[in-house]
Design a binder for this molecule. Structure first.
Ligand code: SF4
Ligand code: SF4
Ligand code: FES
Length: 451
């Protein structure tokens, strides 16, 4: 089949939508509601295109080309329709952008600037306020919702929880939890936050607690950073070279954090401890690795009977926090992409981690602190050097020990895959299940999901 997009001749052999063909050929088309294989409801009308010799406009995300079709993606008609679609979204949107939790990261705002939209063309949105801050990890602000239903699709089709959904009908239609989030079966994966293009869903803000600890002269602050956080932060600051880690450590030291540890330095010690725990449990018919906090919430909510198979060992950052706190009065700040870790930290008593912030909150700190991350090089604290940190002996000794890689562990990323495996093959001997489909690097507190 031969088609033309903006005059560019394209040959197609497989069945694909206009959007897919355009993107594969380097032609950009804006989208808000579309998510490949997950949400194809053609609701927002941002992706409309003109098809020559046909009346009207067509959503590229759900229209399939036919032979000889000539498509225009940026005609005057198309631009004006996109502008109108945006104006209508703003008509039902409380536009207090300067005070919005998505700061400069909102897709709606970005498109409004690109298409020169007057966000008050139809007056100021008066959507009924349904703010839900009933949990310690997620904040829902209904006044920012554009009803794209990406969150609904991800929760239902990928996480298989259905904690968030569409309520009521017609002009009263709203997306939300129906009841307070705290009363739902949400497992706090945060994947809905990751796909929300506006400020309607966001992580609960714990940055104030970080600042408070920093400014308390009696408190010694220690930050723990994972490699996933480092690469994800690079996406926020649009820098993917190897220097991002140094930029983060410089930022943290410059804002007043006393010590910064890199979690990967703790790998050898942790593997050794895990091996011991594994040997103790070896006789069990099945072992579940409990390093994913979201998976533990999933078991607590849906499969309590499987909890007894969990390996009895804290996850890496919790264990490191425990060790660092031994004999030391410090305030531990965990920074990663995990929203479930934030929940565990905020809802547990006597937890070794004092506060968990997501990479997104780290980015907020970066923006608000106005600290240049390019100045004076700062250094990571080294786990293998005992002085002056008074680190526990066994940790300093083990920091560089080579430990055999784990064998026979089946890594399963995504609950849909876990359920498929359990349904089709029964439980495997040793499984490490991570709720997020690409593991911790795709956690809900990280950069927004890319198409
Ligand atoms: S945090 Fe996860 S489980 Fe909870 S509503 Fe969002 S996607 Fe669903
Ligand atoms: S909460 Fe966000 S992702 Fe969900 S429907 Fe509203 S704007 Fe879309
Ligand atoms: S992206 Fe096609 S209609 Fe929303």
């Amino acid at each position: 089949m031969n088609i033309a997009i903006n005059g560019q001749k394209i040959k197609i052999s497989e069945e694909k939508t206009i959007l897919e063909v355009a993107r594969e050929n380097g032609i950009g088309i804006p989208t808000l509601c579309y998510m490949k294989e997950r949400n194809n409801i053609a609701e927002c009308r941002m992706c409309v295109v003109e098809i020559m010799s046909r009346p009207g406009l067509y959503p590229a995300c759900s229209t399939y080309p036919s032979d000889g079709m000539e498509i225009l993606t940026n005609s005057t008609k198309v631009i004006s329709a996109r502008r109108k679609a945006l104006e209508l979204m703003f008509a039902d949107h409380v536009t207090d952008c300067t005070n919005c939790s998505k700061m400069g990261l909102c897709k709606l705002r970005e498109y409004a600037s690109i298409y020169g939209v007057d966000d008050r063309y139809y007056g100021v949105g008066k959507r009924e306020k349904l703010k839900d801050n009933s949990t310690s990890f997620l904040v829902r602000d209904n006044t920012k919702c554009i009803l794209c239903r990406r969150c609904v699709a991800i929760c239902e089709k990928e996480i298989r929880v259905t904690a968030i959904g569409v309520n009521q009908r017609s002009t009263a239609t709203n997306v939300g939890f129906g009841i307070e989030l705290a009363k739902t079966e949400c497992i706090s994966c945060g994947r809905c936050i990751k796909v929300c293009p506006t400020g309607a869903l966001n992580v609960a803000d714990d940055t104030k607690r970080v600042w408070k600890a920093i400014y308390d002269k009696k408190i010694k602050t220690v930050a723990l950073l994972s490699d996933e956080t480092i690469s994800n932060f690079g996406e926020f600051v649009e820098d993917t070279n190897h220097d991002v880690a140094n930029k983060i450590v410089t930022l943290l030291k410059n804002i007043g954090i006393d010590k910064v540890y890199r979690l990967s330095d703790f790998d050898s010690y942790y593997k050794q401890q895990k091996k011991i725990a594994f040997e103790e449990k070896r006789k069990d018919e099945m072992i579940l690795d409990g390093m994913c906090e979201g998976f533990k919430y999933y078991l607590e909510t849906y499969h309590k009977e499987l909890k007894r198979f969990l390996l009895e060992i804290p996850d890496k950052k919790t264990m490191l926090a425990e060790l660092l706190k031994r004999d030391c009065d410090i305030f531990v700040i965990n920074i990663d992409n995990c929203v479930a870790k934030k929940r565990r930290t905020n809802e547990s008593i006597d937890y070794p981690i004092d506060v968990s912030i997501t990479t997104r909150e780290l980015y907020e700190i970066y923006v608000r602190s106005c600290v240049s991350t390019y100045t004076a090089a700062s250094v990571w604290e080294c786990l293998s050097e005992k002085e002056p940190d008074r680190l526990p002996d066994e940790l300093t000794k083990c920091a560089h020990i080579e430990v055999e890689e784990e064998r026979d562990v089946t890594i399963i990323d995504g609950l849909d895959r876990f359920e498929q495996i359990v349904i089709n093959h029964g439980l495997l001997k040793y499984m490490r299940v991570r709720v997020c489909p690409e593991g911790c690097k795709s956690g809900g507190g990280g950069y927004f999901m890319k198409e």
